[in-house]
Design a protein around this ligand. Structure first.
Ligand code: IMP
Ligand code: MG
Length: 177
């Protein structure tokens, strides 16, 4: 058990299980995208660790790009405007795989997906290490999923609780008292 700020967490998915799952995901992607031009787009901050470990097992000739989603109040439009910061590569006519740590309600992924779709990639798929199906309200489910998990808060392996816990090398679940 560990304590982060005011909450207690216990190990939920250990390092070996994470490694094995990433091995399987990489094999699947290596097979499906054989001889294709692939760009992996990793969503910061949460997916830095997952992306790093996944990429070590990908044997395709590929590119990796890291982006952040930002939401701001537009000057000329009403309501919030979403944008992806840091995408400095042309994804048109390329096979794109979005790499995400977790899809929860799916709202974030919906935004990312529609923003990237506008650039006309040849294909656009989502690879998420974790998927909370019970919480999902989105339209596009992740295509490559590591673990489906219940609707409980998790941290570690890139995921944070108030920015803490990202450095943990296993996935921890909130301990309810
Ligand atoms: P969404 O609800 O699918 O839009 O998820 C939004 C973001 O919330 C994710 O990209 C994560 O950064 C964060 N998030 C969702 N569930 C968890 C969790 O259990 N632990 C840590 N962060 C989470
Ligand atoms: Mg995230």
């Amino acid at each position: 058990m560990i304590q982060i700020l005011d909450k207690s967490f216990e190990v939920y998915i250990n390092q070996v299980s994470i490694d094995n799952k990433i091995e399987k995901l990489a094999e699947e992607i290596n097979t499906i995208y054989k001889d294709k031009e692939v760009i992996f787009i990793s969503i910061l901050n949460g997916s830095f660790m997952f992306t790093s470990d996944l990429m070590k097992k990908i044997n395709l000739e590929c590119e990796v790009s890291f982006v952040k989603v930002s939401s701001y109040i537009g000057v000329h439009t009403s309501g919030r405007v979403d944008e992806l910061i840091g995408l400095n590569t042309d994804i048109s006519n390329k096979h794109v795989i979005i790499v995400e740590d977790i899809v929860d309600t799916g709202i974030t992924m919906n935004k990312i997906y529609s923003l990237l779709e506008k650039s006309n990639p040849s294909s656009l798929k989502i690879c998420s290490l974790l998927f909370k199906r019970e919480a999902f309200k989105g339209t596009i489910e992740p295509h490559y999923i590591g673990f489906e998990i219940p609707n409980k808060f998790v941290i570690g392996y890139g995921l944070d609780y108030n920015e803490k816990g990202r450095n943990l090398n296993e996935i921890y679940q909130l301990k309810e008292n």
